[in-house]
Design a protein around this ligand. Sequence first.
Ligand code: CA
Length: 230
Amino acid sequence: MATILVVEDEPRLRRIIADYLSAKGFAVIEAGDGLAAVKKAQQLQPDLAVLDIMLPGLDGLSAARRIREHSSVPIIMLTAKGAEEDKLKGFEAGTDDYMVKPFSLRELEARIAVALRRGGSGSTSGGQSRNSWSHLGFTVDENSQQIWQNSRELPVTSLQYRLLHLLMSRPGMVFSRSRIIDHLSSDLYEGLERTVDAHVKNIRKIIEHDPSRPRYLLTRRGGGYYFARE
Ligand code: CA
C-alpha cells in the first residue's frame, strides 16, 4: 500500500482528496502548511506527495525545494488556473507533474498511479529485460531507476532519471527539446521548451562539478542536448 502525503491548506478540499485516496486503498498523511509538509515528508517518507502551491507561511514551491534536499519522492503540485509560470517554477523546484484546479479526483488518481509506477520500486511494469550499465563514471540501473556517479547515488527525480537515461543511452547523439518533451511523455506535459531547459539545469547541478561549464550533459547550440562520449 502506497502512502500519499496530501498538502493543502483548505480543510474541505484536503478532506475530499484524503477521503478519495483512502477509499482507493492508499494510506494518506495530511499537512495543512508548507512547514508541516517538509517535516512529514522527512519523518514519514511517503511514496508520493500532492502539494498545493498556494500555502500559508512556507509556500508550496519552497516546500518542494526543501523536500528535494532530502528526497526524490514524486511530487504532484496543485496550481491555480492560469498560473502558467507556476508550472515552470514548480519544475525548477523539482516537482514531477502538476494539476490545475479545479481537477477531477479520478485524473489525480491516474496521475498518482503513473508517478508511482515511474518513481516507485514496485515491479508493476511489464517484463522488459532491463539491466545496468556504465558510461564515463556513471552507472545506470534500469531496474531500480537509480544512477550513481563514481559510486555516489544521485538524488534524481523520476523525471530527471528518464531525461538522463535518454541522453546517456546514446552518447554523442543530439536530442532536440521537442524530441525530449515527446520522450518525457507528452500526455502529461505541455510542450514548454523552457521546461526542458529547467530540467537540464537541475540535472547539471546534481552531476556537474561546475554546472556553468558542463562536461557531461552538453548543449548543442540551436540543436538540443546530448551526453558526452568517452
Ligand atoms: Ca491553497
